[in-house]
Design a protein around this ligand. Sequence first.
Ligand code: THU
Length: 185
Amino acid sequence: MVPAHRRGAARVHLDDAVRRHAARPRLRGPTAADAQGRRPDLPQGIGRVSEQGQVTHDDFDWEALRLEAVAARGHAYAPYSSYPVGAAALAEDGRVLTGCNVENAAYGVALCAECGLVSQLHITGGGRLTHFICVDKAGDVLMPCGRCRQLLFENGGPDLLLMTVSGVRRMDEVLPDAFGPDNLA
Ligand code: THU
């Protein structure tokens, strides 16, 4: 069957709430570090940054991170499943990373939203993820698939905090006894 996007319909449509959000200025994107590795426009909204440049986790604004994921979902290319996904994460230095799913006519090579997010982490300087959320078409929290839990474990470790369908959980709760870099050391 010819997918919808080949028949003239564009990608999965955004709902009005997302359009409104996308039109607003983003909280911040990846920032360039100075010669000392400091980033001048570290976030003040999602996580606070200590004197030492570490994001502190009290009063963490999960709703702001969810809205970043919703905005990212607006870029999803999901003509085959009609299941757009957006993901957003905070890195330890305050960067916000986002991703959306990108499907393919060869169904099996679809990229989950987490793939783009992890790639953006590395493109913008690497480091560790501290907080993660992904959302579905309705903007509701979605559990990352098994493969993506492995991706997140590699880049956030056991301490990574995820917003899940059952509240905030540590990475080592959603992927217990994980295989990881330590196994290869
Ligand atoms: N998907 C993601 O992007 N992340 C996940 O963690 C779960 C699934 C995408 C892949 C595919 O494009 C669509 O959701 C339906 O499976």
